[in-house]
Design a protein around this ligand. Sequence first.
Ligand code: C2E
Ligand code: CA
Ligand code: CA
Ligand code: CA
Length: 273
Amino acid sequence: AKAALNQTICFYEVSMDEAARGRRALANDLWEAVERSELALHYQVQKSVTTGDVIGYEVLLRWNHPERGLVPPNEFIPLAEECGAILPIGEWVLRQACREAASWDAEYKIAVNLSPVQLANGDVVSLVHSILVETGLDAKRLELEITESTIIDDKERALLTLRAIKALGVTIAIDDFGTGYSSLETLRAFPFDKIKLDKSFMSEVEGSPQAKAIIRAILALGHSLQVPVLAEGVETQKQLDILQAEGCDEAQGYLLGRPAPIGSVVGVRTEAA
Ligand code: C2E
Ligand code: CA
Ligand code: CA
Ligand code: CA
């Protein structure tokens, strides 16, 4: 029995070791991903629920790893945040997205995800400013999406930074709303320009009266604060119908459009095209 136990422990240690090695290797590759041009941007449409008009596009990062193929962001963004590579990567995303959007023939907004690590880094305000100047993108076409965890860490500082970003004319959306524990506190502390209702609500809205009641309450909250609410993860017509009936402002999800490279997104032409 003891031998078997030892074996189990050894096996466990070896596999932990391999996992750690794998993560280290992936982290090393991450640092080089920008230079090797392995990163790409996909765009997912955001539409008005009432008119169906396109409002903008969320920018979603994709990593095409030479051996592993397409690595999903949920697998490499946390790693990039841990090892610091999110700073050059996030800067690349922001510059590339602003550059691409500036070349469109339509004035749609772009919504770029901003990591807490980027926000905590002192010069994010001047970075955003210089990228806007450099690319010529109108500040009001840029929205930054942040999650509540961004603010919780160092609240005072985070709020000052967000205010400075807003002063540039850039708008701020609160992402994954309804999943954190301090949602109301966050809303009270900062004048957000949009609330993005977490997609977990959409997956439950058809079957759960509770989910529907919470959506209704968040919509009422947003509207009394005069902040538009966008529902994420809309996959079915039924969900969209419910949102329409409840007075939701905007929607995003596979039903309206999947994330795709800009070349295949309908409605946007680049200067090159
Ligand atoms: P997120 O910001 O909440 O982005 C929405 C995610 O939902 C995207 O996953 C999108 O592809 C997915 N999605 C869109 N419509 C639907 C739908 O109808 N149903 C379902 N089930 N999912 C839908 P993705 O692209 O895999 O990104 C995952 C997360 O990675 C993002 O969540 C965001 O937190 C992070 N991320 C992506 N790009 C960036 C980036 O450039 N910078 C940073 N810091 N984070 C990013
Ligand atoms: Ca987002
Ligand atoms: Ca989200
Ligand atoms: Ca998220």
